[in-house]
Design a protein around this ligand. Structure first.
Ligand SMILES: Nc1nc2c(c(=O)[nH]1)N[C@H]1C(S)=C(S)[C@@H](COP(=O)(O)OP(=O)(O)OC[C@H]3O[C@@H](n4cnc5c(=O)[nH]c(N)nc54)[C@H](O)[C@@H]3O)O[C@H]1N2
Ligand SMILES: Nc1nc2c(c(=O)[nH]1)N[C@H]1C(S)=C(S)[C@@H](COP(=O)(O)OP(=O)(O)OC[C@H]3O[C@@H](n4cnc5c(=O)[nH]c(N)nc54)[C@H](O)[C@@H]3O)O[C@H]1N2
Ligand code: SF4
Ligand SMILES: [Mo]
Length: 706
């Protein structure tokens, strides 16, 4: 902390609103935040800040933010004390588990969990105490395929390579829009600067996306692709690479098993055969493959648009193979692994697994102890043994964020009890019997435990609280800690244990740093308020592999077996006639998943929840910009304003997710002037990834009605 001549001081901490974890500089007086700016001395973010960063002040001050636990009664919400809430929550959970078994209580942990180390560390202790198999999180509407591939190829779900963006000379981006999202599974703050730097060193940025996104606008090349078909494009890239001659990084030549089988697989997918399916011409695919092979340092990267497809896991697997067989895996300028100061990989060594047990209603496989959230509604509606009767949510809004939110909303209506840990009444938490609000993020310290694992440089930082916490509020970790101890007491009849002063998130993180590869400590990190740069990414395979024999499993069993499904889909695609419109999502810089839409400063006056449609399609349908149309799917119907553009592939339409703050019958207390509609009232909960069962959002079939 520094003080200036006006008596105000500076607090340096990372923004926790997205994966870029930008270093911010808070200028504060005793009571007020005077300004929030990018911290120029942060070695990773170098002064970057986006329009969401300053919102940390508005969230702190927001009058919509809950500051007292709430209980739902027949006459509306009633404020209660934390103690009353803890007792009621744990007694309800205990009585439901006693009656129906431990699995009758389900948990959904949403996206902000990973941005809050207290919630993560103490949430997982509470979850263990519940002893339920019905665990769900945002992972399975997001990056599950990356973990799946990490687990099967490298031996740990946390072994996920990231683009060495600062040294690459050819960046092939599929289904990601980092200029709006600020990067995902690639912590890379100041992304536009980093992308432009590739071009300044005469490298190339190539984007494959059904929409001409902000990132595509900057790119050297952009190619439209038909949604949900990337798997075939990637197979064709590999088909060409194998024909021209693969190049395996020298240090990995002894570490691969299964290369011949890949050669056999990709031989069936020549670019000539896949062009009519993907919409990418043979010559374009050939040129991309050859440019990629010839570049000194090239990397292929795919994100949400690729992960949330029918063959999302296949896509992420093939991306690793493209990098591997062009000599770019674990190599400078290619796709590399980090060496973070907290070693999550050795920590989670014994937790891993897939399909060790299955969900009751949908029979979907667990992965690392979690079921796909696309099954959540059916598991609640299941009346047999093992069906869900109670729900705990934290940091999330699954009614807006998971496929077929309408069905989930109905299913939640059948529950006997629900509790939510959240500082807003949102479309999901409004159904809870009790809402437990935590402190806002700047009222507690934080350490990014996850994102340095995915960062384009090795980096560590401690973020101090900006202000002391509101004395009436508890932190997420304290809420989870109290719930854990109260549940134990309810079960045993013994007095409730006090939270230990020694067992805090900070103490836990400190010991993780001390046993980590750099032997850091919180004390040391506090001496470096802007963060510590631990250097550029280094080759680390095969040493770092967590597979039994330190080999890369080039074609893991689920993929070997899944080839049949792939071929079947390929043949069905080739037979396909006229289709409906294919729906994709989008993100905007000034919006953050399902929340922060109540901020006037951030959202501005523009309605961003619109339907993007190509000019020719609009003409054919005789619809115009500004008009309201109905969009219908197998599962639902929404009405939405049309925006006409040439920046989307013909036959494709786009709606952003996270909106729909006007659900019928619900009096939301968060005032929003632009409620929008929820794309997930159209998406299909039965459409999941063929292998890992991540939600398959991309390419949902819809009809448009005037
Ligand atoms: N169709 C479609 N659906 C999607 C996506 C898509 O692209 N298309 N994207 C998916 C993705 S990638 C994700 S990650 C999910 C996100 O969806 P969710 O997992 O539902 O997460 P958010 O919408 O970010 O949840 C926001 C809630 O978390 C609360 N919150 C914020 N910070 C904290 C905190 O520190 N403590 C507590 N207790 N609560 C907090 C906010 O108040 C808010 O109510 O949506 C998914 N859904
Ligand atoms: N401003 C802002 N930033 C965010 C978020 C936010 O809501 N707002 N959310 C955060 C979260 S939780 C996440 S997970 C990340 C996500 O980060 P990104 O993945 O970079 O974000 P998206 O904008 O969802 O990008 C997905 C892209 O895939 C394209 N796409 C859709 N379907 C297909 C397809 O079938 N094939 C191909 N090739 N492309 C397809 C879409 O057009 C879109 O451009 O962003 C994070 N950052
Ligand atoms: S890009 Fe914006 S939201 Fe993301 S960490 Fe940086 S300031 Fe925060
Ligand atoms: Mo996400």
């Amino acid at each position: 902390m520094n003080t200036n001549s006006q008596g105000s001081k500076y607090v340096f901490r990372s923004c926790n609103l997205c994966e870029a974890i930008c270093g911010l500089s808070f200028e504060v007086s005793d009571t007020e935040i005077l300004s929030i700016r990018g911290d120029k001395n942060d070695p990773l973010s170098m002064g970057h800040i986006c329009p969401k960063g300053p919102e940390l002040k508005n969230i702190y001050l927001d009058k919509d933010r809950l500051r007292k636990p709430l209980k739902r009664t027949n006459t509306g919400w009633q404020e209660i004390s934390y103690e009353e809430a803890f007792v009621e929550v744990t007694q309800s959970i205990h009585s439901i588990q006693s009656k129906y078994g431990n699995d009758s209580v389900a948990v959904y942990q949403g996206n902000p969990t990973v941005h809050n180390y207290g919630s993560m560390l103490f949430g997982s202790r509470f979850v263990k105490k519940l002893k339920t198999k019905n665990l769900f999180s945002a992972t399975s509407v997001d990056q599950l395929p990356h973990h799946f591939v990490g687990h099967f190829m490298f031996g740990s779900h946390f072994l996920i390579p990231v683009p060495d963006i600062d040294r690459t000379n050819y960046f092939l981006v599929l289904g990601a829009n980092p200029i709006a999202s600020n990067g995902s599974m690639m912590t890379s703050p100041h992304i536009t600067k980093r992308l432009k730097a590739i071009q300044e060193r005469k490298g190339k940025l190539v984007v494959v996306d059904p929409r001409r996104t902000e990132t595509a606008e900057l790119a050297n090349e952009h190619h439209f692709i038909k949604p949900d078909t990337d798997v075939f494009f990637l197979l064709s890239i590999l088909n060409i690479v194998f024909q021209k001659g693969i190049k395996i990084p020298k240090h990995l030549s002894e570490s691969l098993v299964g290369v011949e089988e890949v050669a056999a697989l990709v031989s069936s997918y020549s670019p000539e055969k896949t062009a009519s399916i993907t919409g990418i011409a043979t010559e374009v695919t050939q040129k991309i493959a050859i440019d990629f092979m010839e570049a000194s340092g090239a990397v292929c990267y795919g994100r949400m648009g690729l992960s949330t497809q029918s063959f999302g896991a296949f896509c992420q697997w093939l991306i690793v193979l493209v990098n591997l067989f062009t000599g770019n895996l674990d190599s400078q300028g290619g796709s590399m692994f980090t060496k973070p100061a907290i070693d999550l990989i050795s920590m989670s060594k014994n937790e891993g697994g897939f399909a060790r047990y299955f969900s009751k209603a949908r029979n979907l496989p667990e992965f690392y102890g979690e079921f796909p959230v696309a099954a959540l509604a059916d598991e609640m509606l299941y009346t047999g043994e093992g069906g869900i009767k109670a729900l705990v949510t934290s940091c999330g809004n699954p009614i807006l964020s998971t496929p077929n939110g309408t069905k989930l909303e109905k299913a939640i209506g059948t529950l006997e009890f629900m509790v939510s840990i959240d500082y807003y009444i949102n479309e999901t938490t409004c159904h809870a019997n009790i809402i437990l609000p935590p402190t806002s993020s700047i009222e507690h310290e934080n350490i990014d435990m996850v994102f340095p694992l995915l960062a384009v440089r090795n980096y560590a930082k401690f973020s101090p609280a900006v202000f002391e916490a509101d004395p009436g509020l508890k932190h997420d970790w304290q809420i989870f800690g109290e719930l854990t101890n109260h549940l134990e007491a309810t079960r045993t009849g013994k007095p409730v244990k006090k939270l230990s002063e020694k067992l805090t998130p900070e103490a836990m993180a400190d010991s993780l740093f001390k046993t980590g590869p750099y032997k850091l400590s919180i004390e040391e990190l506090k001496k470096h308020p802007h963060g510590i740069d631990l250097g550029e990414l280094q080759s680390c395979l095969p040493d770092r592999l967590a597979t039994e024999n330190k080999k890369i499993v080039v074609i893991p069993e689920p993929f070997a077996k899944g080839q049949v499904l792939l071929m079947k889909a390929f043949q069905e695609f080739t037979q396909q006639n006229e289709h409906d419109y294919l729906l994709i999502g989008r993100r905007h810089l000034r919006s953050n998943n399902s929340w922060m839409h109540n901020s006037e400063r951030l959202a501005g006056n523009k309605d961003r929840c619109t339907l993007l449609i190509h000019t020719n399609d609009a003409k054919n349908l005789q619809i115009e910009a500004g008009q309201i149309v109905k969009v219908q799917s197998e599962h639902g119907e929404i009405s939405i304003v049309v925006e006409v553009t040439d920046g989307i592939a013909p036959g494709v339409v786009s709606i952003p997710h996270g909106y729909g703050h006007n659900r019928s019958g619900i009096q939301l207390e968060i005032a929003t002037k632009r409620p929008g509609v929820s794309i997930n009232d159209l998406t299909n909960e039965t459409r999941t990834d063929f292998l890992c069962h991540n939600a398959a959002f991309s390419g949902t079939k819809v009809r448009i009605v005037k």
